[in-house]
Design a protein around this ligand. Sequence first.
Ligand code: NAI
Ligand code: HPV
Length: 524
Amino acid sequence: MHQILVADAISADGLQPLLEYENAILIEKKVTDPGVDLKNIEALLVRSATKVTEELLEEMPNLKIIARAGVGVDNIDVNAATRRGIIVVNAPDGNTISTAEHTFAMMASLMRKIPQAHQSVKNLEWKRNAFVGQELFGKSLGIVGLGRIGTELAKRAKAFGMNIYVYDPFLTKERAQQLKVERCTLDEVLRQADIITVHTPLTPETRGLIDAEAIKKTKQGVLFLNCARGGIIDEQALAEYIGNGHVGGAALDVFAVEPPGEHPLLKYDNVIVTPHLGASTKEAQLNVATQVAKEVRTYFEDKPVSNSINLPAMSKDIYEKIRPFHHLSKQIGAILSQCVRVGVHELTITYAGTVTELETSYLTKALLAGFFKDRIDVHVNEVNALLAAKERGITVGEKIAGDSFGYANSITVVTKMNGHQFTIRGTYIENYGPRIVCLNDFNIDFLPEGNLLYIQHMDRPGVIGRVGKILGDHSINIATMQVGRKEIGGEAIMILSFDKPLEDPALELLKTLDDIVFITRINL
Ligand SMILES: NC(=O)C1=CN([C@@H]2O[C@H](COP(=O)(O)OP(=O)(O)OC[C@H]3O[C@@H](n4cnc5c(N)ncnc54)[C@H](O)[C@@H]3O)[C@@H](O)[C@H]2O)C=CC1
Ligand SMILES: O=C(O)C(=O)COP(=O)(O)O
């Protein structure tokens, strides 16, 4: 049973895919609640409230997947999760419309002083002259970050007759033309806009993007909106420029520290605020909860997740195509690891034939995961495989080649260690399955599954018979046997498979046989 901790307020309706999943138990508690057995939790579902720190991950050794029911993952230490092989997924588009609408509502409220007027009437006042506002029509809106939310906001602002100036280093000219927005530098946005709104993620690059220097460049009376993340606009600088009258007001849904407590910005009448409500609609919460619940279930059903922050995205169709090669790559890695029981410093993986049409970097990671499994005590998967290799000083190279050795496809790994090298090649044959077709430069053909024995021996009469006798004496039934050699009388290999694992006594006796050069069990 997979234990899933729902640590923040996530829509119960949206969690249906997990509630209906017979292999999961849902625990709705905060990570700090007494009695939560963090050690056994395999999936953690959060919004922005729970801070998923390295310290928390330390306490969760069985955690496999963190699902963020929303967009921003700045509350999650993604690097620490990646190092531990924990997949991080989010729900990137479930709350786009809600957040764009909220930003628009904040902008309109700020321009027409609705919250202040509302409070005044509630206070039994009727001050019509105190709340004279401004029209949105004809004003310049500066958007910093034209992603999903920025784009939806731009469309709505266009409909209200606003002129849109955008700063987004990743925005192409074509996209800007299509959306009828003006592509600018940050300085141009700062100088031209009547209202400036930020819609970037919070990253080291965007933290303090709008600081005192930036605010100094804006028009007198400019208005600021932040419905993205606290900290993108420097709060101290904003408070200073509202205080000196240069900035005409601000609408804030987010703060650097939430809740903000006694914050200097809260004392100004021309600052309107909401408690991080951008995504708080029934629709958005249902969307994001459903998205992450499906992702977690998909993960536990051993299928590819779609919205991972630390894994490549893959559609179901692509996954179906890559699946046999993914399995083959893992098996190649595992065979390699069991054949080469010394430290390696280089792995070069060459893909040829039909497999090159697929995402080979994903296969490389799977191969490394197979290689590190049972070799190191850290759980290695596609998420942290490259990091694990780097940390251990293993250079991983990936090549695409034209020659697939007569097969429709091939994956060849050349491993280098202490002046030696070891080569393994596999292929996937449609309607037949995965095959290892070369091992240590010997051509061979075996199915990479089950309990195998790899023997390298001198090609002399009687060797196979003596091996068979020892196995027979130990009541070990040989299921399959493949042999290969380079030349008559030279070295040869045999790969045997058994119905059950080969026990030590038989292996030790086999090692004593003359003409055996190398022998190792391979358990897959
Ligand atoms: N208030 C709330 O409840 C919500 C807040 N958010 C916040 O809004 C942010 C944006 O969400 P989406 O639009 O869905 O993300 P997105 O990834 O679609 O868009 C982000 C945009 O920012 C741009 N960008 C990145 N670095 C930049 C930089 N240095 N300068 C200018 N532009 C830069 C990117 O090119 C991209 O176009 C999220 O990261 C999240 O923090 C999201 C949902 C709800
Ligand atoms: O999706 C986001 O990035 C948000 O900021 C929404 O946060 P929330 O899930 O409402 O805590």
